[in-house]
Design a protein around this ligand. Structure first.
Ligand SMILES: Cc1ncc(COP(=O)(O)O)c(C=O)c1O
Length: 400
């Protein structure tokens, strides 16, 4: 009976959903902490967390309570008015980052759109209309809307959608000389993920981001950090820029901010925020009381349970275990990343490994064909990590 129900769901999905995702043949119906259950009642351990979204795990009581209380009170009134959860959320984020002001939207791509618009408007307002080029990095990922896609450094994302927007240039990540060569008086912003997520969990060399910041300061260029994937404690710091001791001028957030409710944020300094005056930018749903309450519950939980350090500790343990696998299997090229954003590039395809893990009840992810990415909820325990490591060991034994 259950099987029939599941098949019907998947068959129906294939008829009615846009085919933008090659989905795995699983219908998830329930989650709790790091566990998921499918429509047949099979249990899984989740090492994807909705792609770095559910940092507190599934069905977290604090988040569920915040959402249900707020839903009974006030869901939406429009940004024509003030609402208390939005004010509190902006206060929390600005108190805990470099920023003075927050603009709320609904996704990572939208937060990046806001960042790109703000950078251009900032120089326009200074009378510098020609300073509008955005430099981003090859292999980067900033989203699927036109501006965020134009800033994205991966051809496969753009194919068939050309022409891209004008005013975007790309340089190799981690190559300060290439950036220097491409700076001219038209450049208004350098936009980077401090650690490239979708591009392969690519980490900057020790001084790269500092050198980028210095170039930006010297040339009156804004530095935008896209922390959509790296933000909200994922890397063992609240924001990844803290690892590198470099403050951006603008930062974008989304994904984990409300543990699964759609929210994006663009944070910046007072000085730069002035370029977004009344009517300059807007979105109907940005920072509704509902999502803001959920986000606040996430941030307060992270703070009161020291999840930043927990992520750092467990992340180090996870990395050590992955490194011990690397020592055993020569097809594993490297283990890299910070906190619980870990990548394992291999000389073999990752898809069969992901499928085998799924069969055995483990949800993991592969990016760029050959890189396994591990981004579990930050509440993951060492014993749960051990279970995955054993499962990977078994699979690797079979294929070698
Ligand atoms: C670094 C980064 N920026 C932007 C985005 C786009 O976010 P969204 O899918 O919420 O538009 C993503 C999504 O994976 C991302 O990883």
């Amino acid at each position: 009976m259950n099987e029939i129900v599941m098949k019907t769901n998947i068959e129906q999905a294939e008829e009615v959903l846009a085919q933008t995702y090659a989905r795995f043949p699983v219908v998830f119906t329930k989650g709790s902490g790091c566990k998921l259950w499918d429509s047949e009642g099979k249990e899984y351990l989740d090492f994807v967390a909705g792609i770095a979204v559910c940092n507190l795990g599934h069905a977290h009581p604090a988040v569920a309570e915040a959402i249900s209380q707020q839903a009974k009170n006030l869901i939406h009134v429009s940004n024509l008015f003030y609402t208390v959860p939005q004010i509190k959320l902006a206060k929390w984020l600005t108190d805990n980052s470099f920023a003075d002001r927050a603009f709320f939207c609904n996704s990572g791509a939208e937060a990046n759109e806001a960042a790109i618009k703000l950078a251009r408007k900032y120089f326009f307002d200074k009378g510098n209309n020609n300073k509008n080029t955005i430099i981003s990095a090859k292999q980067s990922f900033h989203g699927r809307t036109y501006a965020s896609m134009s800033a994205t450094g991966q051809d496969k994302i753009k194919k068939g959608f050309e022409p891209m927007l004008p005013g975007f240039k790309m340089v190799p990540f981690n190559d300060i000389e290439a950036l220097k060569e491409n700076l001219d008086s038209t450049v208004c912003a350098v936009m980077l993920e401090p650690i490239q997520g979708e591009g392969g969990v690519c980490c900057p060399s020790e001084d790269y981001l500092k050198q980028v910041k210095q170039l930006c300061v010297e040339n009156d260029i804004l530095l935008i950090f896209d922390e959509v994937q790296t933000g909200i404690a994922r890397t063992g710091k609240l924001f990844a820029y803290e690892h590198f001791d470099v403050k951006p001028d603008i930062m974008t957030l989304a994904k984990a901010l409300a543990n699964g409710l759609p929210v994006g944020a663009m944070l910046t300094t007072d000085k730069i925020a002035k370029a977004f005056g009344h009517g300059a930018h807007a979105t109907t749903f940005g920072g509704t009381p509902l999502v803001a309450s959920a986000a606040l519950s996430v941030l307060e939980y992270i703070e009161s349970n020291d999840l930043v350090n927990q992520c750092d500790n467990v992340g180090n343990y996870f990395k050590e275990q992955l490194i011990s696998l690397k020592e055993k299997y020569s097809f594993i090229k490297e283990v890299r990343g910070y906190g619980l954003l870990l990548g394992m590039p291999m000389s073999i395809k990752g898809a069969p490994i992901v499928n085998k893990c799924l069969e055995k009840g483990f949800v993991i992810n592969c990016i760029q064909d050959t890189i396994l990415r591990f981004i579990p909820p930050l509440i993951i325990q060492k014993e749960e990590i051990d279970k995955l490591i054993n499962c990977l060991d078994e699979i690797f034994k079979e294929i070698t």
